[in-house]
Design a protein around this ligand. Sequence first.
Ligand SMILES: [Zn+2]
Length: 100
Amino acid sequence: MTDPVPETVETLSSGIYSNLITSIIQDIVARETAKQRLLNSRYPNLIPYVRDDTGQIDINGNPKTQESSKYFTCKNCGREISANRFAAHLERCLGRGGRR
Ligand SMILES: [Zn+2]
């Protein structure tokens, strides 16, 4: 048997704090569990996003490709434009009013 711990302001406040934190955590867990159940019932075939901290894989689990390797055809002037320059090209191409 252990000796009973004498009640002090510190032990009381620590107990109150611990109770508060515990009930907050239980509340969060209950809410998130209910949310997850609702999501699972609405979307039973939901595939979770892939998380990759190295930044090599996108959220669908596919390896990332360099944007500069993709080309789009500008519908305004018909030129092939690299994907990472496409927005800037469109702004210039459409801003100057058409074909050159
Ligand atoms: Zn263009």
